[in-house]
Design a binder for this molecule. Sequence first.
Ligand SMILES: *[C@@H]1O[C@H](CO)[C@@H](O)[C@H](O)[C@H]1NC(C)=O
Ligand SMILES: *[C@@H]1O[C@H](CO)[C@@H](O)[C@H](O)[C@H]1NC(C)=O
Ligand SMILES: *[C@@H]1O[C@H](CO)[C@@H](O)[C@H](O)[C@H]1NC(C)=O
Ligand SMILES: *[C@@H]1O[C@H](CO)[C@@H](O)[C@H](O)[C@H]1NC(C)=O
Ligand SMILES: *[C@@H]1O[C@H](CO)[C@@H](O)[C@H](O)[C@H]1NC(C)=O
Ligand SMILES: *[C@@H]1O[C@H](CO)[C@@H](O)[C@H](O)[C@H]1NC(C)=O
Ligand SMILES: *[C@@H]1O[C@H](CO)[C@@H](O)[C@H](O)[C@H]1NC(C)=O
Ligand SMILES: *[C@@H]1O[C@H](CO)[C@@H](O)[C@H](O)[C@H]1NC(C)=O
Ligand SMILES: *[C@@H]1O[C@H](CO)[C@@H](O)[C@H](O)[C@H]1NC(C)=O
Length: 889
Amino acid sequence: MKLIKQLLVALVIASLLEGWWSCDGCFENERNALLQLKASFNYPERMSLSSWGLYTDDCCKWENIHCNSTTGRVSKLSIRGDYWASEWCFNASLFLPFQELTSLSLQRNYVIDCVENEGFERLERLNKLEFLDLKGNLFNNESIVSSIGHLSPLKSLNLAHNRLESVTDIQGLSGLENLEFLDLSDNNFDKSIIPLLSVFSSLKSLTLIGNKLENITDFQGLPNFKNLEHLDLRWSTLNNSFLKDIEKMPSLKILLLSFCQLNGTIPAAKGLCELKHLQKLDMSNNDLSGTLPLCLANLTSLQLLDLSSNHFIGNISLSPLGTLTSMHTLHLSRNLFQIPISLLPFFNLSKLKHLDCYENEIYADIDVPTLTPKFQLRTLALSGQGDGGVFPKFFYYQHELEYVDMSNIKMKGEFPHWLIRNNTKLYALYLHNSSLSGPLQLPIHSHVYFSDLDISDNHFNGSIPTEIGVCFPSLNFLNLSGNGLTGGIPSSFGKMSQLTELDLSKNQLSGIIPQDLIVGCNLLGYLILSNNNLQGQIFPKQATCELILLLLDGNQFTGSIPYSISNCTGLAVLDVSDNHLFGIIPSWIGNITSLNILDLSENTFFGNLPSSFVPPRISEVYLSKNRLQGPLTNAFYGCSELIILDLSHNDFTKRIPEWIGNFSTLTYLLLGYNRLEGEIPIQLCHLFKLRLVDFSNNNLSGEIPVEIGNLDKILLLNLSHNKLTGLIPQSFSNLTQIESLDLSYNNLNGKIPQLTQLYSLAVFSVAHNNLSGKTPDMVAQFGTFENRSYEGNPFLCGPPLSKSCSSSSIMPRVSEEDRKDHKKDGGFIDMYAFYVSFMISYAIMLLTMAAVLYINPHWRRAWFYMIELSLSNFYYFLVDNIPFVFRCY
Ligand SMILES: *[C@@H]1O[C@H](CO)[C@@H](O)[C@H](O)[C@H]1NC(C)=O
Ligand SMILES: *[C@@H]1O[C@H](CO)[C@@H](O)[C@H](O)[C@H]1NC(C)=O
Ligand SMILES: *[C@@H]1O[C@H](CO)[C@@H](O)[C@H](O)[C@H]1NC(C)=O
Ligand SMILES: *[C@@H]1O[C@H](CO)[C@@H](O)[C@H](O)[C@H]1NC(C)=O
Ligand SMILES: *[C@@H]1O[C@H](CO)[C@@H](O)[C@H](O)[C@H]1NC(C)=O
Ligand SMILES: *[C@@H]1O[C@H](CO)[C@@H](O)[C@H](O)[C@H]1NC(C)=O
Ligand SMILES: *[C@@H]1O[C@H](CO)[C@@H](O)[C@H](O)[C@H]1NC(C)=O
Ligand SMILES: *[C@@H]1O[C@H](CO)[C@@H](O)[C@H](O)[C@H]1NC(C)=O
Ligand SMILES: *[C@@H]1O[C@H](CO)[C@@H](O)[C@H](O)[C@H]1NC(C)=O
């Protein structure tokens, strides 16, 4: 008891001596100072200090505050703003009560030095401060920085993401002799700061990401950096002599040089190879080339090496990589390495966990000795091009795999279900386009970690195992498309309650969509069942629905569009084309406001189009090849963002409405094969984005408007098989990009205007009109057009027609009967083949863009393959004219 009393007395005396020791556990003056600090921000609730003072008076327990356990005083203080925080005046007086402060972090508060005499100059009184983080503020002048320069105990300083620019801005820092960590990333420094940095002779870590450090050819300024362990120069411009000079920093453990525009080869001696302590080296995303020098074998401490996205060549088995036994993570993707599928060169890397080799040349090695690998990999990406022979044996020895990607390698063999069985933590297996075959045999037990399976575009056959949903209950992403799978869709899919993306397209699946699939997988966002033999209703009568994309095209579905689809309030793409659906197109489709693409073509929908039957933000509508009829009146009222409108091959009548001129974004307009009549509305000529217009095989009459020459982006114009009269407007000569122009089978008369400057024209026909005079000179593009382009114009003469212009003869008029005979014979050009192929490509591109909106890596991946496929069919002019297609990569 006595002892306790004595202790208590001692404690009381000690706290009296200390002054304001509060019974609440923290010093009152510090608590008050913290509350004052909080009050000084306009929006404290949006910062890391929002909870201060709310739940306890012990400020040592407040968020982002740390007190020294001996003295009870605040020693660490962190105030993090957000990107919407407004500027904050730095007032040093607010910090002076914290006498023991060793660490201060003021990230992203947009601190400005606006309090006269109480700003940064007084900061130097915080003479215990060792760690100062001012990342992401608005410092742009030397005064603030030079006051920091008086904080001589400072060991770590972060000034990243400020607005510092020149050497003079940071000259004031030169007093910080104890500085060990310096981060000046994302300012506007150029290389003139490099010599200045040499005053920090104790520096262990220097980060200079994303400045304008161009052409740092020699680092003469840095020979003092004997202690530097961490150098981060990402996003600087370096040239490869830097890789020789780097030996001047012999202690380096971490060297980060990605995105530095390094080119040429890695020097084969000195330089980089001298860095014996190096543990982490990132040289990804440069232009380095050549083979890897053997001296890299000296980097025996290396644990992480990233060489991805360069142009390195050579066979990996001849490289020094196989000797770097400390290696844990190796990134070689996107190079030109040759890598044996056996992974034999890496067998000695016993610590290797992550190996990433995708987009290199994978090859089958001939004689694989019966060795076992020393590694137990966790992630492996070997996808690339090449012929891998049989499914590699090293997999037999792996049991810690979590992620495996072996896509795009030709391999013989069956589905490696044992791989899933052996590796209980496996969550992703990608075997896209790998030439595997046989039935889809699943492991016997249920695998609860398994979430992603892509075996698309292989030769698997047989049916989908009925127990699939039991076997993989946590599956999130499943792609079985492009195989030869037959039979029905098992209803056990409904057990995969996590499923968000399912692609079973391009198989020979039959039967119906099991109700359980839609009802059980209520997180399903992407459902792709295109190109199978599925039948029945497309959707259950009652359903909840999270679908974003529903592609059911190319099946044998029947019935109408069920009203339950209107429950899919996030649906962006609905494609039910090429089925046996029928009925009237429901007007409630217009209520699915998220809908971006609607494809109902090639079904048997009939009746008039309801007014406003599509939501106003829709961008693509395909209704071709149905039995729709009536005038177009108000069907597309308010659709201001329409890009593609395809109403061809229906039975629409009356005039082409004038409101067509309101669709300022319209690019593809297909109204061919209907019974439209009247004149071509002049409003059409306001649609400057138009690239493809097909009005062929209608009953349009009147003259072609002269203003059509305004459509200078147009690539294809087909007005054939109508009743147009009058002259071919001279303004056609302004359609300088046009590649296909078909005016055949009309009643046009007069002369063919001078069109020789249409250098892109590949297809041209004015056949079967009443044109007269001389054919265009056989120059430029016009040298390639034959008789067929001009035939059936009795008064037309000159080459390539056999009739010479000197003679004249009376020709019989083409009778109405003849016209009728020709009417539905497909006309001059195979229009269908011409645009179908690039409409498909364009649709796929837009689909992809829609998909990217709902970003999901698996999804992106899946579409990436589809794009690749479709690109090979891509019309070359789209390549020239819609460059953003390629930016999608
Ligand atoms: C607490 O403060 C004392 C006295 O200033 C100091 O010696 C000690 O290192 C500090 N403790 C910690 C954990 O910072
Ligand atoms: C700075 O803080 C001190 C202490 O809280 C206060 O007295 C002073 O008024 C503040 N200065 C300005 C300009 O806000
Ligand atoms: C860097 O070097 C390249 C070529 O060596 C030169 O074209 C460029 O102007 C240089 N940039 C600067 C900022 O000196
Ligand atoms: C590296 O880049 C520089 C400047 O862009 C260029 O002059 C040099 O030829 C390139 N070297 C190699 C090997 O490509
Ligand atoms: C690397 O090691 C080899 C021998 O292992 C040695 O000859 C060489 O000097 C070392 N340094 C370099 C840069 O190659
Ligand atoms: C993995 O499966 C293969 C094939 O069934 C088998 O030979 C091997 O022993 C298994 N490996 C492990 C680690 O279970
Ligand atoms: C729409 O979803 C709700 C639940 O969100 C459900 O109760 C309702 O039956 C569904 N309606 C239709 C027509 O499927
Ligand atoms: C479509 O939305 C409108 C307006 O919100 C509503 O009046 C109408 O009933 C809806 N139509 C259907 C079929 O749900
Ligand atoms: C072609 O366009 C030019 C300028 O855009 C215009 O001056 C000219 O009149 C047009 N030619 C015809 C025949 O419309």
